[in-house]
Design a protein around this ligand. Structure first.
Ligand code: SF4
Length: 283
């Protein structure tokens, strides 16, 4: 929902509405095996999965993640180059003029609330952490506008500390896969953590979110074109006809995007760069 609604009350980080739980009577061991099979299939489908927010350091990722609430990563990526050239670190952002900051981040929606959060966050990083973004969950969640989801994104991607990122896509897919029956992000995180080794958590999060954005959409899942259909108890909750399902796919999996997909698969180490080029061309 690009731009978000015009309200200035930024919703707290939370989970999506409930979907039916899946596959009753499955033993914990069978569930774990099936979950790992799904993860392997997603790894084959998305060898290029990565954080879709552009960043060069923990501060940039923290700010970009705060800005991504109620908007798309693509929208955030369009404004962050200007934002970070003007305010490259916590000290510069702490002293930012409110009106200037609001004007730069306006396209991301909820810009007044986000500006307040960013100013408070930057000031706290300067005052409490000497201008350096802390690398511990318990510290990150004390920063204004930062919940567990944002903290896990920053830990997993900027600090290399394993984390499961429960956003709206991850929660929806975890329920469709039958990995959890909860809508509570903290419960979902702990249910999924039981099924995988910590070393897999960060990449698993990227793959599941990639799948949610491209294939297993909230309203029209493309079941007939889904790489994990064989292991998904919710197969059939969306379009099962392969030709019709293929038309529902998005981004590099969308019909007509074969060249982009081939480049991403051939140059997985440059995936973020290739995605950025493609977004710049289409924006
Ligand atoms: S089979 Fe359908 S519900 Fe299951 S992951 Fe694939 S698209 Fe989603």
């Amino acid at each position: 929902m690009p731009g978000g609604p015009p309200s200035d009350t930024l919703p707290a980080e939370s989970g999506p509405a409930a979907s039916p739980p899946a596959r009753s009577g499955e033993s914990p061991l069978a569930l774990k095996r099936r979950a790992r099979r799904i993860n392997r299939a997603l790894a084959e489908q998305y060898p290029y999965a990565h954080a879709e927010l552009d960043f060069r350091n923990p501060f940039e990722l923290l700010v970009a993640t705060v800005l991504s609430a109620q908007t798309t990563d693509v929208t955030v990526n369009l404004i962050t180059p200007r934002l970070f050239s003007r305010f490259p670190d916590a000290r510069a952002m702490a002293e930012a003029d409110t009106a200037e900051l609001e004007a730069i981040i306006k396209p991301t929606g909820f810009f007044r609330a986000k500006t307040r959060n960013l100013l408070a966050l930057a000031n706290r990083v300067v005052d409490e952490y000497d201008g350096v973004v802390p690398g511990r969950l318990e510290d990150l969640v004390t920063l204004p506008g930062v919940g567990r989801k944002t903290a896990n994104v920053v830990l997993g991607n900027a600090f290399g500390i394993p984390g499961i990122t429960v956003d709206t896509h991850f929660g929806r897919l975890a329920r469709r896969f039958g990995w959890t029956d909860s809508d509570d992000p903290v419960r979902i995180e702990s249910d999924v953590a039981e099924l995988f080794e910590p070393r897999d958590w960060t990449m698993l999060s990227h793959r599941v979110v990639f799948h949610g954005r491209r294939v297993c959409h909230a309203r029209k899942p493309a079941c007939g074109a889904c790489a994990v259909a064989n292991w998904c108890p919710s197969f059939g909750s969306g379009e099962t006809n392969p030709a019709k399902a293929a038309k529902l796919l998005k981004y590099e999996l969308a019909p007509g995007s074969e060249e982009l997909l081939a480049r991403l698969r051939a140059e997985t180490h440059r995936a973020a760069e290739i995605r950025m080029e493609s977004q710049r061309r289409t924006s």
